[in-house]
Every structure is written in structure tokens, then in C-alpha cells.
Design a protein around this ligand. Structure first.
Ligand code: PLP
Length: 463
């Protein structure tokens, strides 16, 4: 598999990475994705099979039909009707139980007797554990040793056996597959299986039922692609005019890159901030469906995800995990980029399993995402009076964060600071003042990597 860097595909926030559906249009006309008979497109079930499987899915033994709510404040701000599909309100706080249960409910009594196994560092684990509890079968969940206690404890509380094995998800998965063979258990994959995809597709079925009238697009967070593939398989069959738009973090964009390359690629490295969607490779079946059915992918930065977590809090007093707020961030960025007005859009808020200790970083970044703050770095000569000069040049701008690093080996000190932005002109004028005074100043507002590096290098914060 080709290895590519996430940075090799970058777009302005909200700009659609698209065009691959046209390139794959051949089979998509008519019945679509392999036709009703299935395999012709090279793989899994056909369009009609997915549709009927979604309609007859058994997810409601464990899942609720989640509410679709109008986000009034956000809608007013953007000039659109923005609806949120509240998958964060599911038992175990994410949609993942839909796919897991749908697959497990189809196992034979003998298979259930032998038990199931999965590897996951997060929401899938809880989905499998809850499903196993309901079906009365034994479940082993393999999680990397780095999994926070809060996560593995909540899986254990659901009655599953947790095994902490391997330093990464890949190592945990290899161990789970080995044990699966040895013990004759059934492996429940997190996204790449028709029954899992079908279970997630019930989210699409509910949206179509809950929202009558014109609908411009549904925004879906993308990790391995199970949720978007399931939603697209259903919605494109019954409401083909509705755009299905995936949202990925700009440093975890395996689906956008795979669609652009026309084949699955592996990311050389993946950003872990939105841990629910941090995958290096998308699924085979999910990719097959996405390349024919998905209209495009929007990429968003970490700051924007944090701003959407804040928006959701202000809107509904709920806290989303980063992956759970991804679609909201994508919808907002898209509406702004294309100046969409008066249209109706849906964003799926997919999960709420937020680590409490990450809230500090989220609140710190949220204002940057809303562009109420800018993050800058200025190099100050280590000489008397230079700090006073710096303070004078900042002028009336409001400093909201300030970090200073002294390095006895360097001739310049580095100051990292944030300012509340009033207008772009004011910010530009301040940077110009610094530059005229020979104080080199860099605007880091749009550069996650540099900000992290500077914020957390030794002595400035948690590592
Ligand atoms: C909260 C949340 N959102 C989105 C996703 C992405 O789903 P998929 O892997 O089906 O694309 C996940 C996956 O675990 C998730 O936990």
C-alpha cells in the first residue's frame, strides 16, 4: 500500500475535496455500487441489499432513535438551517453500538456461545461490550496498554474482559486476531464489514425519516469510513440529491487521500487529537462505497474542532469529544467557504466520550478556532529594555496568553503569545510595528504543529 503524508493534501478550511465520483461514474449510474446483484463493482453487497439490510436492521434492541435538533444559535450565525443528529446521546455515548450490535445479532447460537473479540482504544470497545451484555455472550476487548484507565474501566463495567496488550492499536489488533483464531471467537471489526456498515446506515435512515423537505447535505465524521459508507448507501438510494460530505481532521485525512489517489493509501503519520477518527488506513468495503457515493470531503483543523465543541456547549450544554464535533466543524467551514445561505444541512454529532483532562486544551484552542484570538511568536534580543519595547509595540492589543523562553545559548529569546483580535487590520498593523522595530514576528494561528511545538516545549507546559 502506498504511504503518503497527510500534508500532501491540504485545502482551505471548508473547501470540498471532490471530483472522484465523476471519475468513478461508470458503475454509479443505474443501480450503483456493483448493482443489485452485488459483486460486479468488486466486493460486497449491492445497493438494494444495503437498503433492505438497513431497513430490517436490529439496532433498536440497544440503540435509541437519536433526536434531530435544530441548532438555533449556529443557524442564525451562519444563515442556514443547521440540524444536529444527536448520536452523542446514545447509550455508551456514540453511534458505534449500532454497527457492533447489528453484526453480533446475526451470529448463530454456536458463534455466540464461543464469544466475540475486538481490538479498540475507544468507542467501538464500548459498543461491543454493551452488545455482548445484551446478547448474553462473552466478549474479550483488546486495548493498547496506553489506553486511559477511564476508558478500559468503562468497558469492564459493561461485563467484558479487557486485555491490555501492545503499544499501539496495530499491535493490539494483531494480538486480538491471533487469539480469535486460537479460541474460535468471532472478530468484530470497527468499520470494515457490511453488517457494521449497515448498522451505522440506520443513522441515515432516521435522518431521512425525521427531516422532510429540501436538504442540501449531510456532514459525517470519517475515521475508517463505516458511518459515512452506511449513511451514503442508504441516503443515495432514497434521496440521491442530498450531498453526503465527509469531514476529516487535516492531519488524519486517510479517506480524502485515498479518494484522490483512486486507491487506499496508508498515512505515514496520523494526528491523534480526534482519537475516534485517527486511522492510518480506511476500510476496503468502506472505500469501495465512498468512492462511488460520497460527494466530497472537507478537512478542518484542530482549532475549528475545539470551537465547535464550544458551540455545542453554548447551544445544548453538552460536551462532545473531538471526533464527535468534527462534522459540526466541517458543516460550519463549508457553509462559510461557499457562502451558503438559506439551505438546510445536517451534521452528525457522533460521540461524547471526552477525556476530562483534555478540556483545558479544548478551551484554550476554541477561541483561536473562532478567530477571536491570534497566536504569534516574536524573537526578542536578550538585551536591556527589549521587553519594554515589545510591550509598547503590542499597544492597545489585548494579550490573552503569554509564554517566554530564555535560552542562554541563543542570542534571541522567544516569546509566544496570543492576542484578542478586533480586526485583521489591527493585527496586521501590530505585526508591522514589530517587524519595523526588527523584532521578527510569526503568525502561528493557522499552524497546529508549530503551536504545539512552541506551547509544549520543555518548560512551557505539559509534554
Ligand atoms: C465519535 C466517533 N466519531 C466518528 C467515528 C468514525 O467512524 P468510522 O470509523 O465509521 O468512520 C468514530 C469511530 O470510532 C467515533 O468514535
Amino acid at each position: 500500500m502506498v504511504r503518503v503524508a497527510p500534508e500532501s493534501l491540504q485545502r482551505e478550511s471548508g473547501c470540498l475535496v471532490a471530483g472522484f465520483r465523476e471519475r468513478n461514474a461508470g458503475a454509479a449510474d443505474g443501480e450503483g455500487f456493483g448493482g443489485d446483484g452485488g459483486a460486479a463493482g468488486g466486493g460486497g453487497p449491492g445497493a438494494m441489499e444495503y437498503l433492505t439490510s438497513v431497513l430490517s436492521s436490529k439496532v433498536y434492541d440497544v440503540a435509541i432513535e437519536s433526536p434531530l435538533q435544530l441548532a438555533t444559535k449556529l443557524s442564525d450565525r451562519l444563515g442556514v438551517n443547521l440540524w444536529i443528529k444527536r448520536e452523542d446521546l446514545q447509550p455508551v455515548f456514540s453511534f458505534k453500538l449500532r454497527g457492533a450490535y447489528n453484526m453480533m445479532a446475526k451470529l448463530s447460537p454456536e458463534q455466540l456461545e464461543r464469544g466475540v473479540i475486538c481490538s479498540s482504544a475507544g468507542n467501538h470497545a464500548q459498543g461491543v461490550a454493551l452488545s455482548a451484555q445484551r446478547l448474553g455472550c462473552d466478549a474479550v476487548i483488546v486495548m493498547p496498554v496506553t489506553t486511559p484507565e477511564i476508558k478500559w474501566k468503562s468497558v469492564e463495567r459493561l461485563g467484558a474482559t479487557v486485555v491490555l496488550e501492545g503499544d499501539s492499536y496495530d499491535e493490539a489488533q494483531s494480538y486480538a486476531k491471533l487469539r480469535c483464531e486460537q479460541e474460535g471467537r468471532t472478530f468484530i471489526p470497527p468499520f470494515d464489514h457490511p453488517d457494521v456498515i449497515t448498522g451505522q446506515g440506520t443513522v441515515g435512515m432516521e435522518i431521512v425519516r425525521q427531516l422532510q423537505g429540501p436538504l442540501h447535505a449531510i456532514f459525517v465524521p470519517v475515521g475508517g469510513g463505516g458511518l459515512i459508507a452506511g449513511i451514503a448507501a442508504y441516503v443515495k438510494r432514497v434521496r440521491p440529491e442530498v450531498k453526503i460530505i465527509g469531514v476529516e481532521p487535516s492531519d488524519a485525512n486517510a479517506m480524502a487521500l485515498s479518494l484522490c489517489h483512486g486507491k487506499r493509501v496508508m498515512l505515514e503519520h496520523v494526528g491523534g487529537f480526534a482519537d475516534g477518527v485517527a486511522v492510518k488506513t480506511v476500510g476496503e468495503e468502506t472505500f469501495r462505497l465512498c468512492r462511488e457515493l460520497v460527494d466530497g470531503i472537507v478537512m478542518v483543523r484542530r482549532d475549528a474542532i475545539c470551537a465547535s465543541i464550544k458551540d455545542m456547549f453554548e447551544e445544548k450544554r453538552s460536551i462532545l469529544e473531538p471526533a464527535g464535533a468534527l462534522a459540526l466543524a466541517g458543516a460550519e467551514a463549508y457553509c462559510k467557504y461557499y457562502n451558503l445561505k438559506g439551505e438546510t444541512v445536517v451534521a452528525i454529532t457522533s460521540g461524547a466520550n471526552m477525556n476530562f483532562d483534555r478540556l483545558r486544551l479544548v478551551t484554550e484552542l476554541a477561541d483561536v478556532g473562532r478567530k477571536r484570538e491570534a497566536v504569534l511568536a516574536t524573537f526578542l534580543p536578550e538585551e536591556q529594555g527589549s521587553f519594554k519595547r515589545f510591550a509598547e509595540l503590542v499597544g492597545r492589543m489585548n494579550i490573552t496568553e503569554f509564554k517566554y523562553r530564555y535560552d542562554s545559548n541563543a542570542k534571541d529569546a522567544l516569546v509566544l503569545y496570543s492576542v484578542g483580535i478586533y480586526t485583521n487590520n489591527e493585527l496586521g498593523a501590530m505585526v508591522n510595528r514589530m517587524e519595523s522595530a526588527k523584532l521578527r514576528t510569526v503568525n502561528l494561528t493557522d499552524n497546529d504543529l508549530a503551536k504545539d511545538h512552541l506551547r509544549y516545549f520543555k518548560g512551557l507546559g505539559p509534554s
